[in-house]
Design a protein around this ligand. Structure first.
Ligand SMILES: [Zn+2]
Length: 211
């Protein structure tokens, strides 16, 4: 008898997830070209997570992800035009919509973040104000939960769509934090190095730092 299954049962996918902070256009383009030469196709972190969980088929060409942390203005000014030229979708991990910046760097405004989404990019959460979650969970549990929950709500209100992925500020997390994040998001990226993404690392996906 023919068995029809809706599960693709991937459980592990080899996928470099490149991490950018303040790279210019040339650095972004060089990563894209190297992966295109290797026959890879760009997917968002949400799409990768669905492949790892087995709820979506693994792409026919091997995948890679482009991720941009912190919402730096240079990403909008320099990376976005490159992504558009190559018709690729990336994932931008944005700090919540009430955050006022660090007073040092230039960040995207809310219109620019919403524009990324409209142009087909994924918006992920990078907390409300980029605090280190490990000490915060120990000392102020309400503020800690707000970092996970309120950032998601703020960004969802901005783009009018679900925000399903998360990035730990400064790559700082522990097992209880991963479990908390797992109750709210579909996946999370870490700053640990590697390319093998599995169901057991779905809340600490490995990345490759470019900048
Ligand atoms: Zn960050």
């Amino acid at each position: 008898m023919l068995q029809i299954s809706t599960s693709y049962a991937a459980t592990s996918v080899s996928c470099p997830i490149y991490m950018f902070h303040q790279s210019g256009a040339a650095a972004v383009e060089s990563v894209i070209r190297a992966n295109a030469r290797a026959g890879r196709t760009a997917v968002t972190v949400a799409q990768l997570a669905a492949m790892v969980r087995g709820v979506a088929p693994v792409s026919s060409r091997p995948p890679f992800c482009l991720t941009f942390d912190d919402g730096y203005l240079v990403q909008y000014q320099q990376a976005l035009p490159v992504l558009e030229r190559y018709h690729l979708s990336a994932t931008f991990f944005i700090i919540g919509t009430v955050w006022q910046g660090d007073g040092v760097h230039s960040y995207m405004n809310l219109d620019q973040v919403a524009d990324l989404y409209r142009r087909g990019h994924e918006i992920g959460s990078h907390t409300v104000d980029h605090r280190d979650l490990v000490p915060l969970r120990a000392k102020d549990v309400n503020a800690y939960w707000a970092e996970l929950v309120d950032s998601k709500a703020q960004l969802e209100a901005l783009i009018d769509d679900e925000v399903s992925t998360f990035a730990y500020p400064d790559g700082s997390y522990n097992l209880p934090i991963m479990q908390d994040v797992a109750g709210i998001y579909d996946a999370a990226v870490s700053t640990a190095t590697g390319v093998l993404q599995t169901t057991s690392t779905e809340y600490a996906l490995r990345r490759t730092r470019v900048s």
